[in-house]
Every structure is written in structure tokens, then in C-alpha cells.
Write a protein that binds this ligand. Structure first.
Ligand code: ATP
Ligand code: MG
Length: 587
């Protein structure tokens, strides 16, 4: 896999380079699979990976462009520093998680060009596989006095937690004997208590200025079926407890997450330090680093909001080509390389911001301009009749498949008496600086002849239904006479008798406002009513309408066959993006 840009510089790379120089992880062990201290001590070998990172999605929705940032970052760091990146499903929330999402995530991480196999080892993991270990650690924490079962209601717990300016107050259950907490924990685990009736809390510091350190809940009761562990567990670990353990078991060195977890880092370190003391985990320990989420203007990326778009029918599923999901971008015709390019170009920041949406489109153009096959299409057709062209006469015209790459070769399509051209390429009364067809004007039919426009035919409603022109023999492109007549306009066309009819979907931004959900607004109200326009167009003959290929339709933009809607003989083509950024500008 290659990216045209040099490796970006950022604070994470500096950190890793310093850690490698200081041999911070030099003595690290690996036991062929995620392992706690006991197994590492028994079976551990020097870790073949110089660093380990992970991409830890929760399988509660489809991946979106923001996740692509995290994927490119974590897999990219591992690739560049002799490390390994794990794919880990953070499946600790039974109610919202599903196998469907797991499958889609596997598919799209691969599509994006990354692989969690290294040296023949499959590094795809599930947090739920660590439930036994996590529970064992919880009992050890209770026995050591680092955790207790609290029987306050959630409301009372909240009331005692304090605020940003006031310290919290100890729960009356905080000082109960460890043996009593342990007995309760075991009853919780055995399913003897209803949801919400009690919870296991870490005993840290109710007076900490950091609210996250005020005895956070680490296990809650949830009588819920899990997509992998079924009904084995009536209790589930909280993210803030589970995540550091997942990282440590997998030997992660650099645990990269987004900024909202910054205040959780002290608890992350607290959990790991206690479990080292208790002999459950061994050093060197993972360290958490935070960076700013990648946000783009004109989209939303919260999975909850994306789900709402799907459930309320504002879009046609998770893979609707207007969705900022990777499934949607793929169906639209975005290439994996263009998304990687966007992620590389936008760097790693410590402060939140929204990127210009045009950066995504520009990344696609930059990826595809040198490689995309060129084709001709007409999206808003009107007939052009070459009145002095003999009926039935055909001449094959040659055009490069890609003008930047002579080796790609040529394509051929016939020029005939009746053509389709874009309606906008003819004006009865041309505005200033209009160089295309109008009565009396000379224009080149690209790859063909120069023609002189002679007029048009209209219907009763006054609409132009045919444009007429005469061709100038001896002016054919590629022949010595081609330069004998100078023209200022060059228009694309397809033969009416040969072109292939297609439904063409002209997509625009899903939202008409740059910050659709800014300030807690109702983002549904910001939906762009014109985000999809469907036209019937004509495409140059001989194009294989294979989904997965993105073409440049000359003068029009980048287009791809829709894998879901196309069927044999009835192609549906998506416009990925226009050739230039004209959004919000007139014309
Ligand atoms: P959402 O708010 O959409 O549910 P999430 O962060 O809860 O997002 P996860 O499945 O937990 O979704 O995310 C997996 C990984 O992707 C996490 O490490 C998370 O930090 C990262 N990630 C999610 N969104 C972005 C984003 N916009 N930019 C960069 N990284 C992101
Ligand atoms: Mg999350």
C-alpha cells in the first residue's frame, strides 16, 4: 500500500520515537495471545512487535469517516514503527451490540487497506473474551479493599458525587467489610439481584478534584443477552474499567483515543497500577494518549445520529451513498486510497475542529486524476443532428483512457449523424464569453470534427428538442487538417444510436449547514432537501459497469456504478464528486 504523501509528523510519532530510543518497552513479553501476569511469566517470549496499538470499535453501528482516522492512525503507526495493530471489538455493552456490526467492521477495515494479521497471527480480539479475567480482577480489588459493592440507587449515588466545585461524599456502603462486598459481588455475578439494585465501585477518592476519580462504578448489573457470551453474564464491566485491562492483556504500548477520554486517564492508570500490585498484570504498562476527533463540516458522525437517519428513513440505509459511513463512501465510489489520503493530510491535533468538506472531495480527485479511466457521458441530453453527415455512416473516434498515462491506451466510440450533447452546450442567444454551440458558431466535437451550428428545432412549449449543425470535413482530430480551423469551444457527445442509457444519481451534501448538530440543534432540520437528484443520461458504449471502478466522466466529475442498485443491463451510476469545488458558488 502506498500513499503519495511523506509520513506525517505528529506528537504521537515523537512520543513513539522517544519511547523506542529510551527502550521503554524493550523487556516486554508476549505469550502468543492476550495474557495476564501469570501466563506471561510462564509462557512469555520477547514481544516481536516493537509497539502495539489497537483500533477498538464498539460493534454498535457502522464505521464512519471519523473511525477511518483512528484506523489509519493506529494501523499506520504500527506499520511505520515495526509494530502490530490489533482490531479489538469493545463489546461490553450487550444491549446495543450486534453481529451484523461486527461483520461490517471486519469488512470495512480490510476495504480501507489494513490487516490485523501479523506474521501469520490473527490479532482480532473481543473484549468479551476477557470477561472472566476482568471479573477475577474485580474480586481481587474487593479483597484488597480497592473496590466495594454500593447499594445506593443511581440517583443517590449521583447526589453524593459532588460537582466540579464541591467534593463528593462517601457512600454509607463505602466502609463495609471486604468480605461483605465480596459476598454481594458473587451474588451479583450469580444473577441474584435485579438491574440497578447495586453496583461495584472502585474505592479511589470521593474528594478528588477529578470527578472521574470519585469512586467510579466498575461493574453494573444488566440482565441482558450478549451477542457472543449469551446469558452467561448478568453483570458487565464499565468501559473505564474494561479498557485499561483490555489494553494491558493485549500488550498494547500506545493506547490512542480521542480527547474526551483525557480526564479518564488518571483512572486508567489507577486500575493498571492496582492490578500490577495484585499480581494480575505485569509491566511495562500501556499508556493512553489523546488526540482530537476528526470532524468534517456538513456531516454528523455520532453513531446515535446516524442510526436516527437510518431508522427514520431520511436515507436509504447505513450504506446510502450520502452517508459519512465507510459503507456509504464505498458505495458512492470513494476509493480507500482517497480516504487514507484525507486522514494523512489532516494530521493529528490536540484541539477539536471541523474540517472543510472539500478536503474529502479533493483527496478523491488527487487519488483518481492520475489513474481513473476517462469516459464520456451526457447527463442532461438534447439531440445534435449533423445534417450533412450521411445517414448510417459511422466513424470510430479514438480517445485516451487516461491523458496522464499513455500506456493505458485508447478507447474507441463511433461518431454518427445523431448525437446527444448536454443541453447547456447550446444557446440560441449566447451570453458573453459563451464559446459553445449557438447559431453560426464553430465548435469541436471532442475527438471528432469541427461543426458549425446552424440552428435548432423546438416543440410547442418552446423547448429545444434538436440542435442542428454541419461538420467540416478534413477537421478530424488527429489528422493534419485538425488545426486548419481554430475554435474556442470543445464539447463532449455520445452517439445516440450507440450510447448506453443509465440512471445517474447526482448526490450533494446530506446537510445544507456546515455544523448540522452544532450547539445541540436538531440536525434533522438541517438536512439538504436536494441531496439526491436522479437523471437519465447516456454513457459512451463499451464501458464495463463494474461496481468498484470509479471513472472520470470528462468535464463532469468522478462517477461509479452503484453496487446495490445496478443490475445487468440497467446500470445505476453515482456521482462521487464534481471535477472542481463549485459547492455554494453560482453556476
Ligand atoms: P460514536 O460517538 O460515533 O459512537 P465512538 O467513539 O463511541 O463514536 P467507537 O466505536 O467507540 O465509537 O470508536 C472506536 C474508535 O474510533 C475509538 O478509539 C474512537 O476514539 C475512534 N473514533 C471515533 N470517532 C472518531 C473520530 N471522529 N475521529 C477520530 N477517531 C474516532
Ligand atoms: Mg465509544
Amino acid at each position: 500500500m502506498t500513499t503519495p504523501n511523506p509520513a506525517p509528523v505528529n506528537f504521537l510519532r515523537h512520543q513513539i520515537e522517544a519511547d523506542l530510543a529510551n527502550q521503554r518497552y524493550a523487556g516486554k513479553l508476549w505469550a502468543d495471545a492476550p495474557a495476564g501476569a501469570a501466563r506471561l511469566a510462564a509462557e512469555g517470549q520477547p514481544d516481536p512487535a516493537r509497539i502495539r496499538t489497537r483500533f477498538p470499535p464498539e460493534p454498535n453501528g457502522y464505521l464512519h469517516i471519523g473511525h477511518a482516522k483512528s484506523i489509519c492512525l493506529n494501523f499506520g503507526l504500527a506499520r511505520d514503527y515495526g509494530g502490530i495493530c490489533h482490531l479489538r471489538f469493545d463489546d461490553t455493552n450487550p444491549e446495543k451490540e450486534e453481529q451484523e456490526y461486527v461483520d461490517a467492521i471486519l469488512d470495512l477495515v480490510q476495504w480501507l487497506g489494513f490487516d490485523w494479521h501479523a506474521n501469520g497471527v490473527d490479532h482480532c480480539y473481543f473484549a468479551s473474551d476477557y470477561f472472566d479475567f476482568m471479573y477475577e480482577c474485580a474480586e481481587a480489588l474487593v479483597e484488597a479493599g480497592h473496590a466495594y459493592v454500593d447499594e445506593l440507587s443511581a440517583d443517590d449515588m449521583r447526589a453524593l458525587r459532588g460537582t466540579l466545585t464541591e467534593p463528593g461524599t462517601d457512600s454509607p456502603w463505602r466502609s463495609r467489610p471486604a468480605a461483605e462486598s465480596l459476598a454481594r459481588l458473587r451474588e451479583m455475578r450469580a444473577g441474584q439481584h435485579p438491574n440497578g439494585s447495586m453496583a461495584l465501585r472502585a474505592r479511589v477518592d470521593m474528594r478528588s478534584p477529578n470527578i472521574n476519580m470519585r469512586d467510579p462504578v466498575i461493574y453494573r448489573i444488566r440482565h441482558a443477552e450478549h451477542h457472543r457470551t449469551g446469558n452467561n453474564w448478568p453483570i458487565y464491566p464499565m468501559y473505564t474499567y474494561a479498557h485499561p485491562i483490555e489494553d494491558a492483556l493485549e500488550g498494547i504500548t500506545h493506547s490512542v483515543c480521542t480527547l474526551e477520554f483525557e480526564d479518564q486517564r488518571p483512572f486508567y492508570d489507577w486500575v493498571l497500577a492496582r492490578l500490577v500490585e495484585l499480581g494480575k498484570l505485569s509491566e511495562p504498562l500501556p499508556h493512553q494518549y489523546e488526540f482530537a476527533r476528526m470532524n468534517l463540516e456538513y456531516i454528523v458522525t455520532s453513531k446515535r445520529k446516524l442510526l436516527q437517519l437510518v431508522q427514520e428513513g431520511h436515507v436509504d440505509g447505513w450504506d446510502d451513498p450520502r452517508m459519512p459511513t465507510l459503507a456509504g463512501l464505498r458505495r458512492r465510489g470513494y476509493t480507500p486510497a482517497s480516504i487514507r489520503l484525507l486522514c494523512d493530510r489532516t494530521g493529528v491535533s490536540k484541539s477539536d475542529s471541523r474540517l472543510d468538506y472539500a478536503l474529502l472531495e479533493q483527496a478523491l480527485r488527487d487519488d483518481l486524476d492520475p489513474i481513473a479511466p476517462r469516459r464520456v457521458a451526457v447527463l442532461d441530453p438534447v439531440k445534435l443532428i449533423i445534417t450533412n453527415w450521411p445517414e448510417g455512416h459511422e466513424e470510430l473516434c479514438q480517445a485516451p483512457l487516461n491523458p496522464h498515462n499513455a500506456e493505458a491506451g485508447q478507447r474507441e466510440f463511433p461518431l454518427t449523424r445523431e448525437l446527444y450533447i448536454e443541453r447547456d452546450d447550446f444557446r440560441e442567444e449566447p451570453p458573453k464569453k459563451y464559446f459553445r454551440l449557438f447559431p453560426g458558431n464553430l465548435v469541436r466535437l471532442k475527438y471528432g470534427y469541427v461543426v458549425r451550428c446552424t440552428g435548432c428545432v423546438k416543440n410547442d412549449a418552446g423547448e429545444v428538442i434538436e440542435v442542428h449543425a454541419e461538420y467540416l470535413p478534413d477537421t478530424r482530430s488527429g489528422t493534419p487538417g485538425a488545426d486548419s480551423v481554430k475554435v474556442k469551444g470543445n464539447i463532449t457527445w455520445v452517439s445516440a444510436g450507440h450510447a448506453v442509457a443509465a440512471e445517474i444519481r447526482l448526490y450533494d451534501r446530506l446537510f445544507s449547514e456546515p455544523h448540522p448538530d452544532g450547539g445541540g440543534r436538531d440536525f434533522i432540520a438541517a438536512l439538504n432537501p436536494e441531496s439526491l437528484r436522479i437523471v437519465r443520461g447516456w454513457i459512451e458504449p463499451g464501458v464495463e459497469m463494474k461496481p468498484g471502478t470509479t471513472w472520470q466522466f470528462e468535464r463532469l466529475g468522478y462517477f461509479a456504478a452503484d453496487a446495490k442498485l445496478s443490475s445487468a443491463g440497467a446500470p445505476v451510476i453515482n456521482r462521487v464528486t464534481t471535477l472542481r469545488d463549485s459547492w455554494g458558488k453560482a453556476g
